[in-house]
Write a protein that binds this ligand. Structure first.
Ligand code: H79
Length: 688
């Protein structure tokens, strides 16, 4: 499991939970120079679609080891193959059918603009001629610098060549930590020497192969890697190639598989969601979803479960409609060819892109939220805006409704039939497009709609407050992504009209109230009504206690759990006291261990309190016997919130925590609703 740097944990945790979308994809020395980043990112933001290639020694066993066929590029670890045994694949790597031009042509024909290939994956094997290593392609029977051939082919076909390079390395003797099951000794290993080796390979990759589009790092999550290695590695890349783009996995704090950096001091140019698409766009954040075509990154000979071309096209469209890039993976065979299923899908996506590519390249997220029939991208065209309406579900009555738009409509046409005009009609705040019968492309048909000016999208305001229960007056604000609209609201349960209060600044609610809000354009209501109810509650009374001592009681338990056990039924290993809710300083073990903290928390005043419990692995917070935060389960460092009304004085508190394997952490933050969360200070805790 991942770790969370306690260095950053105060405050940053609440950012992770509350305002993740507002965090940038990473900062560092070069990102503070926003213009420089914008310049470097220009081609990438236009490109939208790239090919990921996972190829290496693991392609030879092709996912199979001792009758288990569910391995892939992780086979060295998932099948627990010792280094000397895995090295035997060197003698078998001979992909005689490899043809760099053919690969690049397939990517190009699919509509992809860049290729990211594994120059080295976690197994440590380099697919290029590396002077600093003899664990490379030149030591195989093939003896050809595959990366040089690909880089040249990319140059011939106007394709950006990019490297995936793993920080984690299961082969290099200086890399740490060792796998738990390994017999290799770690004695004499020197991680700094490994980092020099890594930087040596990165230098080769950014010196010997011409202009490189992206350095795509991965395997950064083990405890040995840190910002103090990540930032210099990012800087090295830009020194060697001032135009190169570096993904956020060069540094720590990438935010799990969601991939968006949780600390804007982290180096890296863009976020990297893996095998998932964010639910909404992330305004101001560059991101790229990487995804497999089947269940594996590396070649798996037994695999039959491929995504359909339709799914892949719709994912590309979904991602583009949210402002992201799509990096779609192929795992080539040991012979050096793409699997037939991948070849077919690339060709079919390419056929769609030939007709519809302009709806993807250079477009941005549209200000419309999700529409029921598909997705929307957009592109400014001088004083007009072009919307690309991606239709997944063709309307049976032929009427495609674009809801809540204020612009005067211009022309509309299908990308598959540019000669035929589509009639557009305004009906109240919506536009109705009369589509021809029969969906031109069942995978996704694209209608272009031109409108005058910048988009005026009628979205209902969002009502925001720190909590929906209150003890003291609570601040309420209305936000809207729509430009050119005003928000009006009521507090008496009626639907807002043109005479209702105009929203200008946050207001307070101090009793049980329903807030209703609506968007208006020049005095005319144009959106649905949104509402949020606030309930005034009595804070839970404090308990009468006296003669308390500082700190909390802590009990230690040992066990192999996937969820929090019932500690009352476990054998207690020891018990003692601790200053606050954090892991003991010098524990005798950090794996297969659980703690229960108990005592009292002193609450300063009657109010609503929001607690954030951060842990790796699972944890739970109880106050006065009630569960306030349940953060149970096996996971990397993750913060969850809970809200509770509390009266001033002492309240019983229990925090339960466990860790199975890997990184471990625990942190408890709190604040009255509306204030910035901070770690609960030790002076707030008492015990009997
Ligand atoms: O190269 C492909 C995979 O082999 C590699 N990334 C893609 C592009 C990959 N490595 N590991 N994984 C995928 C899954 C690992 C997930 C976890 Fe974690 C590592 C869970 C906990 C530690 C991700 C990183 C979530 C928290 C930190």
């Amino acid at each position: 499991m991942s770790r969370f740097r306690t260095l950053f944990s105060c405050g940053m945790v609440s950012i992770l939970v509350l305002t993740m979308a507002a965090c940038s994809g990473g900062a560092g020395r070069f990102e503070t120079d926003k213009d420089d980043k914008d310049r470097r990112m220009e081609w990438w933001r236009e490109a939208r679609f790239g090919l990921f290639i996972h190829w290496g020694l693991y392609s030879i066993p092709a996912g199979e080891w001792k009758d288990d066929t569910h391995h892939a590029e992780w086979i060295m670890t998932t099948a627990q193959i010792p280094v000397e045994e895995y090295e035997q694949f060197l003698g078998e790597f001979n992909p005689v059918e490899f043809d760099a031009d053919a690969w690049v042509r397939m990517a190009k024909a699919a509509g992809m603009k860049y290729i990211v290939i594994t120059s080295k994956h976690h197994d440590g094997f380099a697919l290029f001629d590396s002077e600093v290593s003899d664990y490379d392609v030149m030591e195989t029977p093939f003896k050809r610098d595959i990366m040089a051939e690909l880089a040249e082919a990319c140059r011939r076909h106007d394709m950006k060549m990019c490297w995936y390079h793993s920080i984690m390395d299961w082969h290099h003797p200086d890399y740490l930590p060792r796998r738990g099951w390994e017999t290799r000794s770690a004695e004499g290993a020197d991680f700094d020497r490994y980092v020099e080796y890594l930087r040596g390979q990165v230098t080769e990759l950014l010196t010997n192969y011409g202009d490189i589009g992206i350095m795509w790092f991965d395997g950064e999550w083990e405890s040995t890697w840190s910002h103090d290695y990540g930032q210099p590695l990012f800087d090295l890349c830009l020194e060697l190639q001032p135009d190169v783009i570096v993904n956020n996995r060069v540094d720590v704090n990438r935010g799990g598989m969601e991939g968006i950096s949780t600390d804007d001091r982290s180096a890296g140019d863009y976020g990297t969601p893996e095998q998932q698409i964010p639910a909404t766009g992330l305004p101001g954040v560059d991101w790229e979803t990487c995804m497999t075509m089947n269940r594996y990154w590396g070649y798996n000979r037994a695999e039959t479960q491929y995504k359909s071309t339709r799914e892949l096209i719709r994912m590309l469209v979904d991602i583009a409609s949210k402002g992201g890039n799509y990096l779609l993976n192929v795992g080539p065979t040991p012979e050096g060819t793409f699997p037939q299923e991948s070849i077919e899908r690339l060709a079919e996506i390419g056929a769609w892109m030939d007709v519809n590519g302009e709806s993807i390249y250079g477009t941005t997220a549209s200000p419309f939220g999700a529409v029921p029939w598909g997705r929307i991208t957009m592109e400014p065209q001088g004083r007009k805006t072009r919307f690309y309406l991606h239709v997944f579900d063709w309307p049976t009555d032929g009427q495609l409704i674009l809801p809540g738009i204020g612009n005067r409509p211009g022309r509309a046409w299908l990308l598959s039939d540019r000669g035929e005009r589509i009639p557009v009609e305004r009906v109240d705040s919506d536009l109705h497009l009369s589509l021809p019968a029969g969906m031109p492309d069942e995978d996704c048909s694209v209608v272009v709609l031109e409108v005058k000016g910048e988009p005026i999208v009628y979205e209902a305001p969002t009502i925001e407050a720190a909590a929906t229960i209150l003890v003291n007056p609570i601040s309420v604000s209305l936000t809207s992504r729509s430009t050119g609209l005003e928000s009006r609201y009521t507090l008496d349960g009626s639907d807002p009209d043109a005479r209702s209060t105009l929203y200008e600044d946050p207001f307070t609610v101090s009793a049980s109230t329903t807030v209703k809000a609506r968007s208006f354009h020049e005095g005319v209501p144009v959106s649905a009504v949104t509402e949020k109810s606030f309930t005034r509650v009595e804070p839970a009374p404090a308990v009468e206690v006296s003669g308390l001592r500082d700190g909390l009681t802590i009990e230690e338990y040992h066990g192999n759990w996937d969820l929090l056990p019932d500690f009352d039924r476990q054998r207690r290993v020891s018990s003692g006291s601790i200053a606050d809710v954090s892991l003991p300083d010098a524990p005798d073990r950090v794996e297969y261990v659980g703690y229960r903290y108990s005592g009292y928390i002193g609450i300063p005043r009657d109010d609503i309190y929001i607690f954030t419990l951060v842990s790796d692995d699972g944890s739970r917070l109880l106050i006065d016997g009630n569960v306030v935060v349940d953060n149970d389960g096996l996971h990397g460092s993750q913060g969850l919130e809970g809200t509770v009304p509390l009266a001033a004085g002492a309240h019983e508190i229990v925090v339960e925590w466990f860790n199975k394997t890997g990184g471990a952490d625990l942190d408890l933050l709190f604040a009255p609703a509306g204030e910035r969360a901070a770690r609960v200070p030790a002076s707030f805790f008492k015990r009997r």
